[in-house]
Design a protein around this ligand. Structure first.
Ligand code: KG4
Ligand code: ZN
Length: 345
């Protein structure tokens, strides 16, 4: 890949991030402003507040990333931006900013699918080894994909209801943990008894690569309510450990099935939940047992960030998949629509 320098912008949810990446693999600079503290008091992301916060900080975040890199906009080769999926108002802030920078400089504009960005993050942390099976686990997505050398995606299956990160956040809320619950549930799970509550493993025995987490979440809620009714003391650590054990059994079993069916021997994990310590351990063990290698992004690059968006643009650079000033934000955007209909985004 040529050493193109790309500015990547990400604003699909509650992080405003800008990064300059060289050659799709080296982060020259990155600035991220998180809104987590603002939304924590509401127990979840408030879309209107998120959009306003992005507007407030985006130009400053870009200026700081450029300053850290000792560059100006004209030193760049392209501008990349998350155009979907995500919160519409939040996405529009990044898309509008990117269009402005592209118009002012004449640089090409790369519209990036948020999940393609998460997948590209692993190329910022180590060797890029397509084709591979990719397990995408974030707050909005849970999917198994095939990713080829052209950075094209084939979907094997995905969640039929809640995303895995969403389930973590809901269980976190049930347990009275601060938002977002995922990291806290993960931390407490390390301290609890994973066999204490036999929570269901939805779709574990089913053929195929679909997931379902809403019944599991309800099972945790019901067990919690039952304990309250009977005045039973329940250790939060045990709830977290038992919930996490159920989630990880399903994620790992389906990933192993995808490896077997495709004959591929490499797995990449992408998205916010890739930071989960239990998942990192259990999937690595499954790899040793079943003869495949597993790559996770560094912890700092599992969450939303601008560098992964710039890295994804470098991966599609040769295809010339650039956007015009007509580029719009898309709250729901499938990977298939992104890769096949990029001209009309
Ligand atoms: O990818 P991401 O930053 O945003 C989306 O694209 O959705 O993922 C955020 C999600 C949240 O649900 C958060 O609770 C979860 O990732 N998460 C975790 C962990 N760290 C973040 N879930 C489980 N264990 C973690 N260590
Ligand atoms: Zn994300």
């Amino acid at each position: 890949m040529s050493a193109v320098r790309v500015l990547g912008l990400e604003s699909s949810c509650d992080e405003t991030s800008a990064a300059i990446v060289e050659g799709g693999s080296v982060i020259v600079s990155q600035r991220t402003v998180s809104q987590v503290d603002t939304h924590a008091k509401f127990g979840g992301v408030v879309p209107e507040i998120a959009s306003r916060q992005h507007v407030r900080v985006i130009t400053e975040v870009v200026s700081e990333a450029l300053r850290d890199a000792k560059m100006n906009l004209w030193d760049l080769d392209g501008i990349a931006v998350t155009c979907g999926p995500g919160l519409l108002g939040a996405l529009l802030v990044g898309v509008s900013a990117a269009k402005g920078y592209a118009l002012a400089t004449g640089l090409p504009l790369y519209p990036i699918h948020h999940i393609a960005g998460h997948v590209a993050a692993v190329g910022l942390c180590g060797e890029w080894r397509p084709p591979f099976v990719c397990l995408v686990v974030s707050g909005g997505h849970t999917e198994l994909l095939l990713v080829d050398a052209e950075f094209r995606f084939q979907r094997l299956g995905g969640t039929l209801d809640d995303a895995v990160g969403e389930a973590y956040d809901k269980v976190g809320r049930l347990c009275g943990l601060p938002y977002p619950g995922g990291p806290e549930v993960d931390r407490l799970a390390e301290l609890g008894n994973r066999a204490k509550f036999p929570f269901p493993r939805p779709l574990l025995e089913e053929e195929g690569y679909d997931f379902s987490f809403s019944g599991l979440k309800s099972a945790v809620a019901n067990r919690w309510a039952k304990a309250n009714q009977h005045g039973e003391t329940v250790q939060t650590e045990d709830v977290c450990a038992s919930f996490q054990a159920a989630v990880l059994d399903v994620l790992c079993r389906k990933t192993v099935a995808a490896v077997r069916a495709t004959g591929l021997r490499h797995v990449v994990v992408a998205g916010g939940v890739a930071a989960n310590l239990g998942l990192r351990r259990q999937l690595a063990e499954a790899g040793v047992e079943h003869g495949f290698t597993v790559q996770f992004p560094d912890l700092a690059l599992c969450g939303d960030n601008g560098a992964m968006i710039a890295a994804a643009a470098a991966r599609i650079w040769q295809t010339g998949r650039t956007a015009t000033q007509q580029l719009n934000a898309h709250a729901s955007l499938s990977l298939e629509d992104w890769q096949d209909h990029w001209q009309t985004l």
